[in-house]
Write a protein that binds this ligand. Structure first.
Ligand code: SF4
Length: 433
């Protein structure tokens, strides 16, 4: 078969791992020709007749571009030969079927029978084919990264999170050694390791997972010789989907400190989680993890977070959570200075909530207005998407008090832009050194 894999032309950070696994299946188990395209085929694509097209899907708010891509795929192959899967497809299968006439595949691709083949291969567990992306680059490039999963699922069922639909069962241990070794032998060694686990701290085998990471050459301080320059480069490990604050214990933090963890990502979903969150980052910092990044969910309705009902958040809650990070970093750094330890850094990423079936980005939470959300977005843009924990930067970009922040949310765009752009650019060097 000639198999075409298409990712719609939206912007995304990670390569399409699902399509990379489908590529591995078609090449290794069926000896098929496989080609990957980001969006429509270009003149550089092979000029051949395609037998089958797979379209992956991601953000529901990319609905329009996704539907257009599926319609395009339908023009390339006979009826019944377009297969659609991925996140949007799993969250909104009925809506997508009505819109495109194609019934999508939902959840993980655990059996090749879903694709109409009888060899019963668990495609989700295959090593992704890293070679299909040679002409496309992503923020996390496949050419220098191993993408693996040591667990699947989560089980916490937070109301705003898609994992309960995408990976409903929790799998507590998958050998990453096999995934890395196979990727290395087939596609060459990679510099860094990204674990796509949704809740690795839930695993009773967490210690074994850390041992696997160290055995693969990703212990703390690990270096690798760059084959191009001959110089050693620092390696890093990233639990990209974050670490659960509720489950971080001193023992687990000490295990994390043994690997080349670049940044400990810990979510701070609601102001009512403040105590648990602060306990978790205190544990992380005490264990020697000196770089923290946190996702701050805002613009919500009422939701259930890890089984606890949460009220809809407010602008005040958003500012307060950012402030807590700044204060924590300040006190940690005062202590570290006395002890001669490296600085502790905390980066906050305000993340705008949208319902799991939102087909655009316009959703406005109960305690927000569209104008306020636009202004938060502008402040995020002006501070390059991240809220640094250094006070001069924080107070300039986000206000010295919650009241100042709330007042700023009411200003016309131009006022914020003119007021902040120059101040932030003056600060950008001073505040961050
Ligand atoms: S703990 Fe994280 S991964 Fe698990 S359901 Fe909640 S938000 Fe999703």
């Amino acid at each position: 078969m000639n198999v075409l894999l298409i990712e719609p032309p939206y912007r995304n950070n990670f390569p399409p791992l699902g399509l990379m696994k489908i590529a591995a299946y078609h090449r290794d188990f069926r000896n098929d020709f496989v080609y990957f395209s980001k969006g429509k085929l270009t003149a550089a694509a092979p000029q051949i007749a395609w037998d089958r097209v797979y379209v992956t899907t991601l953000f529901t708010y990319e609905w329009r571009r996704t539907v257009e891509t599926i319609e395009y795929a339908k023009t390339l192959v006979p009826a019944g030969q377009v297969f659609v899967g991925g996140i949007l497809a799993s969250l909104m299968p009925e809506e997508l079927a009505v819109e495109t006439g194609i019934t999508p595949m939902t959840g993980l691709l655990t059996d090749s029978a879903i694709l109409g083949f009888g060899d019963r291969v668990n495609i989700d567990r295959l090593t992704p084919d890293y070679s299909i992306l040679n002409h496309i680059s992503y923020k996390y490039p496949a050419e220098n990264t191993y993408f693996v999963s040591a667990t699947k699922g989560c089980g916490m069922r937070c109301g705003f999170c898609a994992v309960q639909t995408l990976e409903p069962e929790y799998t507590p241990y998958i050998s990453i050694a096999e995934q890395v070794r196979e990727a290395e032998s087939r596609y060459g060694a990679r510099q860094n390791l990204i674990l796509m686990d949704n809740n690795v701290l839930l695993s009773p085998h967490f210690e074994r997972i850390i041992e696997d990471i160290i055995a693969l050459g990703f212990g703390r301080g690990a270096m690798r010789i760059n084959p191009q320059t001959g110089k050693p480069n620092r390696r890093y490990v990233d639990f990209n989907q974050g670490l659960d604050a509720n489950l971080l214990t001193p023992q687990k933090a000490e295990l994390l400190a043994k690997i080349a963890l670049k940044t400990a990502r810990i979510a701070f979903d609601h102001i009512d989680d403040a105590d648990k969150y602060l306990t978790a980052i205190r544990i992380a910092e005490s264990a020697g993890l000196d770089r923290l990044s946190n996702y701050i969910l805002f613009n919500t309705t009422e939701f259930s977070g890890k089984g606890t009902p949460r009220r809809a958040d407010t602008p005040h809650d958003l500012w307060e959570r950012l402030r807590l990070n700044v204060e924590f970093a300040e006190s940690a750094n005062a202590r570290r200075k006395q002890l001669g330890l490296p600085r502790f850094e905390a980066y906050s990423y305000p993340m705008r909530y949208a319902p799991l079936n939102a087909t655009n980005r316009d959703f406005v939470g109960n305690n927000w207005t569209a104008q306020e959300l636009k202004n938060v977005n502008l402040m995020r843009q002006l501070s390059k998407g991240v809220v640094y924990s250094r006070r001069p930067f924080f107070e300039t970009a986000w206000g010295a008090t919650a009241e100042e922040f709330e007042a700023r949310l009411q200003l016309p765009r131009e006022c914020i832009e003119h007021g902040l752009r120059a101040k932030l650019s003056q600060l950008s060097v001073k505040a961050l050194v």
